[in-house]
Design a protein around this ligand. Structure first.
Ligand code: KG4
Ligand code: ZN
Length: 333
């Protein structure tokens, strides 16, 4: 039996979770720093690191209350902000040394890809995963817990970034994804047509869409109509690539993961596209769409336990590759 304590500090969410291999998720906490960064229109890395440091140990203490002792400690080792990653990595390594436990360095994107496994009825491998967050827009074929193939990627901005930048253009402030969704619900999506982000076979590009939003604002269209037309263009563009990938890969399950997966309109469009092809559309629980530690604990089950000690973080790390330091590391098994 394994009890994994997981720590996530890759960006502006401080999170911890305790996962039992048999009983499932025992405890978790997520603290989002977004209010601190809102005034700056984006995440300020140094502020994020300092806030992680202040919150992490009290949070670990809180989730371990009246729980079984962990048998391993997992942490996000990349990709993400170097300083923010270091706070979680150093905390995990120090606790593991003190408690004589193995550590598991986890890829944040692998965490998102496997986040649907936290559901009561999890998908079965292989499944397709559309990862839409503030930093990524990628289409992955998830063949196993440690086997993922990237089919498509964004050529410029990420979907969440496009939501955030368009929200600023519409005067909604930062981060504006959820606010843009609320405004869009009051608008007419066919008042104007905006360009699709779908490119090539499975790729995406959001720069043209962002420029079109700016032009529509300048032309004086209703803000709610622009928001609705933007959301329609994004959702249908993403759905087009998903439909193509479902047909090509012959999968029957599609997971939509990452912060933008909280968008209900997007989920409905994707679910309808999947239904046309007899595929199920799956989204994790709302709190497991954005950054969280439960998904890091789930991914750790497929990771490599190593002895605590020297460590590194990997601000740019694709989940389909293993950093050399981990591949050659001090393997326990
Ligand atoms: O996964 P996440 O919490 O952080 C990253 O790892 O990037 O994603 C945050 C992104 C932000 O860009 C935010 O605006 C977007 O997710 N987001 C939404 C919604 N809620 C959050 N975008 C569209 N509709 C939403 N309801
Ligand atoms: Zn993330």
């Amino acid at each position: 039996m394994a009890v994994i304590l997981a720590i996530e500090t890759s960006c502006d969410e401080t999170a911890c979770a305790l996962l039992d291999s048999e009983r499932g998720l025992l405890a978790e906490q997520i603290y989002s720093q977004w209010r601190r960064h809102a005034a700056y229109g984006g995440v300020v890395p140094e502020m994020a690191s300092r806030d992680h440091l202040a919150r992490l140990l009290p949070m670990v203490d809180a989730i371990l209350k009246e729980q079984p002792r962990p048998t391993a400690i997992a942490y996000t080792a990349g990709p993400g902000l170097a300083g923010a990653l270091l706070t979680g990595a150093a905390t995990a390594q120090a606790l593991a040394l003190a408690w004589r436990l193995p550590v598991i360095a986890v890829n944040h994107l692998a965490g998102h890809l496997l986040s649907p496994l936290l559901l009561a009825t999890p998908p079965i491998f292989p499944y397709l995963a559309l990862l839409v967050s503030g930093g990524h827009t990628q289409l992955w074929l998830v063949e196993g817990g440690a086997q993922y193939r990237c089919l498509g990627d964004t050529l410029d901005d990420a979907a969440g970034e496009a939501f955030d930048k368009s929200a600023v253009l519409l005067g909604l402030g930062y981060p504006g994804g959820a606010r843009l969704e609320r405004l869009a619900a009051t608008g007419d999506e066919s008042a104007l047509t905006l360009p699709s982000p779908a490119q090539n076979r499975y790729d995406f590009s959001f720069s043209g869409l962002k420029t079109a939003v700016r032009r529509a604002v300048d032309k004086g269209y209703q803000k709610a109509d622009i928001a609705a037309a933007f959301q329609r263009a994004v959702a249908h563009g993403l759905a087009r690539q998903v439909r193509q990938a479902v047909a090509d890969c012959g999968v029957t399950q599609v997971a939509v993961v990452g912060g933008v997966a909280q968008n209900k309109y997007l989920y409905q469009v994707l679910a309808a596209a999947c239904a046309e092809q007899q595929a199920a559309c799956i989204a994790p629980h709302k709190r497991h769409c954005g950054d969280n530690a439960a998904m890091i604990a789930v991914a750790a089950r497929y990771g490599e336990p190593t002895a605590a000690g020297g460590f590194d973080v990997y601000p740019r790390w694709n989940p389909d590759t293993l950093p050399d330091a981990i591949a050659d590391g001090n393997k326990l098994k």
